[in-house]
Design a protein around this ligand. Sequence first.
Ligand code: CP
Length: 329
Amino acid sequence: MECLPAKGPVSPHLPFGDQRSAPFYGKDILSVKQFTREDLEYIFGVAHEMREMVARVGSFDLLKGKIMASLFYEPSTRTSSSFLSAMKRLGGDVIPINEVRYSSVSKGESLPDTVRTLECYVDVIVLRHPEVGASALAARYARKPVINAGDGVGEHPTQALLDLFTIIEELGRVQGLTVTMLGDLKYGRTVHSLAYLLSLYGVKINFVSPEILKMPADILSQIEEKEITGAEFTDLDQALPETDVLYVTRVQKERFEDIAEYEIVKNAYTITPETLKAAKEQMIIMHPLPRVGEISIAVDDDPRAAYFRQMEYGLYVRMALLAMVLGKA
Ligand code: CP
């Protein structure tokens, strides 16, 4: 049994303005399973305020003097740059380590040693790693908050939070909606996290995927425990007409052990303007991005295409999370 220092504020002297009693102060963000409905309402309230503040003043000094490490062992455009932008818009600073091959990781440094190094210099660590559970491991060793920015095929909790925030900002509610998840439901960590968060609300979820890319059984049983209505399909046709949120995902080539299997399913679905003729007038199409052909660019000008707006909502959610774990919200 290892003896590690307790997670929490490192200094007994809180900098001016830090709210030790604030929800999430000093906490890790590792999994969507840590959140209650009340937590989500709180996060989305703060994110909404961040949206208004950015519209009004662009940047402000809420996190002045705070530093974030952005430690990415896997490629990223949106998550890494939105966290970086979030920190800068809040007046904080960033140590970006996006190319771990140029860091001491290339000399064989372990993840625990890397986070113990970084926390000497920063106040919060944002981590993306190819292995499931890597963020939880990092959090065990770090005294500063660790935010999971994606751990292999495991979870992507900040993406799921921004996805839910997108639905609320775009449609005004979650309760009572029908959400259809389409594509790679086996390897897509964003849908794993989102399915769990949606299960906290009274929604219907349709899972549409090729046979070999079905939603893992453990996630299906978790949402069934919450008495959520769910149905599985291989064709979108049956599910689309009742859909309020069509959540499209990329087939994750990098997760396949057998590339021949990827070749069979890579073009399983393509959303085009023709496809959307069967969809409601009032619905939204989401995608965590990047896309590689599963949504035709001809769909981009459709007002129902919310995937570019979804990226912007991610900025506000990540601003909220940073402010919260650093005791400023
Ligand atoms: N949605 C998402 O995680 O995108 P990136 O891989 O570009 O961060």
